[in-house]
Write a new protein. Structure first.
Length: 187
């Protein structure tokens, strides 16, 4: 059988993307290329000058490396900096306890899932009814997903398979934190 899926697209991620096809083209435009439909740039370990400048302006991105290097998982690190940025109880970091290392299974990256949690915590802090808060943060979730798809595969296993070591994960976490902070500020 000839190979029809790109290397960064696992059979599982392709199959889980199929429901989007059946939900209509407007939904597909919103997610603009799930894990199998967008081109991921080569994974890097070092920050570019532009990325370094962006991180320097982000409180969350600057703090991330501290937590990640202290043994917090990827998910816990981004959730912790989100909580600190939002001035929420740091004990909420336990919500991310099982999400590090791709939920302990090298599945969805903790920086990806933790970023969603950070945006969710921000939405929960809005002075709005639940339904309104969810509607208001939906674009932020979609923007984070779209942004992620330009940075790395969604699964930890695929990130590690690409040779993305500790410094690459720190870079990805700092960029994800800066993006989450940017999206939280827009809520």
């Amino acid at each position: 059988m000839s190979k029809i899926l790109p290397d960064f697209c696992t059979r599982r991620s392709f199959l889980t993307s199929l429901p989007a096809v059946f939900m209509g083209s407007s939904f597909l435009e919103d997610i603009s290329g799930g894990s199998c439909f967008s081109g991921i740039q080569e994974l890097k370990s070092q920050l570019s000058e532009k990325e370094a400048a962006w991180i320097k302006q982000s409180q969350m991105a600057q703090e991330l490396e501290t937590y990640f290097s202290q043994g917090y998982s990827c998910a816990e690190s981004i959730v912790m900096v989100s909580l600190r940025f939002l001035k929420m109880p740091e004990s909420h970091v336990w919500a991310a306890a099982g999400f590090g290392g791709g939920m302990g299974q090298r599945d969805l990256c903790g920086f990806l899932t933790g970023g969603f949690m950070g945006i969710g915590f921000a939405a929960g802090g809005l002075d709005l009814e639940r339904k309104e808060a969810k509607a208001r943060c939906r674009p932020a979730f979609q923007q984070y997903w779209k942004w992620w798809q330009t940075q790395a595969p969604p699964d930890c296993a695929d990130i590690l398979k690409a040779g993305y070591g500790s410094s690459g994960c720190t870079r990805l976490g700092q960029l994800a934190s800066a993006k989450v902070e940017e999206l939280i500020q827009k809520l």
